[in-house]
Design a protein around this ligand. Structure first.
Ligand code: ATP
Ligand code: MG
Length: 603
């Protein structure tokens, strides 16, 4: 069908929408692809839907290629399955909850692990039924704290989510590998550069997990990579841990008066004045010799506030996102935990915490014990705090620090946590060289869930020996609407969008420029011939619109090939322009269709 601009439900805008921070948001609204309905919630207009459908089609084809079958769940779901897995609580404010007229609780699904697990349990019972991969392309709802950047972080968005079901770990590995391969193909076909990076499993539980990040400055995810091919989400980077140190000859720790040394800098100066250290002993004291104890307040999904103290070398900052991603195992409840620096109020409630002079508890099995046992604080340390390492650190008394406090001899901890800032120049954990940092947008995420959901919801099958075994699962998501935004983000210029062929709303944008009837007749004829040749055609047939506006709209809308029929027609010529390279050519009218068809075929 030829889309005629005189009829198409489209209004392009000259002004940027006031709330748009990034190019994709600005241009998708201005070019008439989407309209905002509410914060983080968008209406799709005909051109937008066309791009969206193309993205979905590529995903469907690659899912089919690995044998995954499409199903479709409701978005409106009962609470009960999410209660069984505890996610009704864990999601906290992150989900939209509602009640039916009888007062029963429902939610708008943020993701569908529970429902897929129950569906398979409902229908399958034997190892012979497995492996199985099923998927859907569906709306998801998340009450994001900061919906931003238009489609990039919506509160309603479309996700392709698939789930694999296998009888054993080897099966899960194979399903995971198949999805990984399919994802690489999807993004390649979309023309969207992605880097698979190691990720933490977060609230999903399970073990192995990778994210597909599209590198861009406006991305919210920071990741690191090495020249040797290592790539990981910052949350998932593991520290290269120094070897334990023999402390049998280490001198005893000594508490010293260090008045007015509440910061690491003042402490280092005081240390160098009080206890000058010879070159042979490591030279002047630096921040890296100090153990900084940072107090954080964790807000649990239940709303409770709990303090956590983290010990890190004084030359490193604490990265809250890394702590958030890794602290789950140390707190009694799963789900999303948010962290912030503890405030004055928090500190006042803990007699032990003397601001500026906080140290680990001076005992191995009481890492940080307050005046009363009830006030025991969780004390976690950076992996660099290895057994035998000696530190200058707070003595838990105003104006005093302790020198030569040996880890594993003089103090212990409740756990070791990846928590410090990862810096450019740090070594990659696999020895593949120094790390550099970059930013990206998460386009997809694949997880080996393992048996967590199957166990919780009792999904078992009979194995070859007639024994009931718990099924092992994977879960795999692609942000479909986010992909549209990311494509717009990485394919535009100051005039408008520039779609890659694979997803463009049409193959060619025909513009009738001028007033002459013969111009419109020729443009109409060419449009119909292009359509007959199998192309998708947008035809700007608006009679009383100026050439400047028409060209401006063509560039804004971003179809890769623009065919202009205008003044040249008297000489038998039309102009064919490549929106991507900006190159234009005059072509004989009777060669125009072939020319465009070739351009489309050859990309
Ligand atoms: P993010 O870290 O960006 O919040 P997530 O890790 O919560 O994403 P997953 O649960 O892994 O997201 O969802 C799978 C995919 O769905 C993501 O890789 C992303 O492409 C997409 N997605 C997630 N949240 C949103 C959102 N609010 N808006 C648009 N797409 C989203
Ligand atoms: Mg994710």
């Amino acid at each position: 069908m030829v889309l005629r601009l005189s009829k198409l439900f489209l209004r392009t805008l000259r002004e940027d929408p006031a709330d748009a921070e990034v190019a994709s948001h600005r241009l998708l609204v201005r070019a008439g692809y989407i309209r905002r309905a509410a914060p983080g919630i968008y209406t799709w207009l005909p051109l937008g839907l066309s791009v969206l459908r193309r993205v979905e089609q590529i995903i469907r084809e690659e899912m089919a290629a690995i044998g995954a079958q499409e199903v479709h769940f409701p978005a409106l779901l009962p609470k009960e399955p999410y209660e069984v897995t505890n996610r009704w609580t864990e999601y906290g404010d992150g989900i939209f909850r509602l009640k039916d007229r009888k007062g029963n609780d429902y939610l708008l699904a943020p993701t569908h692990e529970e429902m897929f697990t129950l569906l398979v349990k409902d229908l399958y019972s034997s190892y012979k039924d497995l492996p199985l991969s099923i998927y859907q392309i569906q709306n998801k709802y998340r009450d994001e704290a900061r919906p931003r950047a238009g489609l990039l972080r919506g509160r309603e968005f479309i996700m392709k989510d698939s789930y694999s079901f296998d009888v054993d770990d080897a099966g899960l590995d194979a399903s995971y590998a198949a999805h990984r391969g399919a994802y690489l193909k999807i993004f390649e076909r979309l023309g969207l550069e992605v880097i698979p990076v190691a990720a933490t499993a977060g609230a999903m539980g399970g073990s192995k997990s990778e994210e597909f990040l599209h590198p861009t400055e406006i991305g919210e995810d920071t990741f690191v990579r090495s020249a040797g091919g290592y790539a990981a989400n910052v949350e998932a980077v593991t520290t290269v841990v120094p070897a334990d140190i023999d402390f049998s000859n280490a001198p005893a720790a000594e508490v010293r008066d260090t008045p007015d040394t509440p910061t690491i800098d003042t402490l280092v100066d005081a240390a160098n004045a009080l206890v000058p250290r010879s070159e042979a002993d490591g030279g002047a004291w630096t921040a890296a010799d100090t153990l900084k104890n940072v107090v954080l307040a964790a807000t649990l999904p239940t709303g409770e506030r709990q303090l956590v103290v983290i010990g890190v070398p004084g030359d490193r900052g604490v990265d809250l996102k890394r702590v958030e991603a890794n602290i789950g195992g140390f707190l009694p409840i799963g789900g999303e935990i948010t962290l912030e620096a503890a405030n004055e109020e928090d500190l006042k409630k803990q007699a032990l915490l003397v601001k500026g002079y906080i140290g680990p508890g001076l005992s191995l099995d009481a890492p940080l014990l307050g005046a009363e046992a009830a006030s025991k604080l969780l004390y976690l340390v950076d992996p660099r705090v290895v057994s035998g390492s000696a530190w200058v650190t707070g003595a838990n008394e105003a104006g005093k620090h302790v020198f030569g406090l040996v880890a594993g001899r003089d103090f212990g901890w409740d756990g070791i946590i990846e928590c410090t800032e990862v810096r450019a120049g740090d070594e990659a954990p696999d020895g593949s060289g120094p790390l550099e940092t970059a930013r990206g947008i998460e386009m997809g995420h694949i997880f080996q869930l393992g048996r967590k959901y199957a166990e919780a919801l009792d999904l078992k099958v009979l194995d070859q020996n007639g024994k009931q075994v718990v099924v092992t699962m994977g879960s795999y998501g692609v942000g479909v609407t986010r992909a549209v935004a990311a494509l717009a983000e990485s394919n535009h210029d100051d005039k408008g969008l520039i779609w890659p062929r694979a997803v463009a709303p049409a193959d060619v944008h025909v513009v009738a420029v001028g007033r002459g009837e013969e111009i419109f007749a020729a443009a109409e004829k060419l449009s119909l011939e292009l359509e007959a040749a199998g192309l998708e055609v947008i035809y700007d047939d608006r009679p009383k619109v100026s050439p400047g506006v028409k060209f401006g709209d063509a560039e804004l809308v971003g179809v890769p090939t623009i065919l202009a029929v205008g003044r040249g027609l008297v000489d038998g010529l039309v102009e064919i322009k490549d929106r991507r390279s900006g190159e234009a050519e005059n072509v004989a009218v009777d060669k125009a269709v072939d020319h465009v068809v070739n351009a489309v075929r050859n990309n």
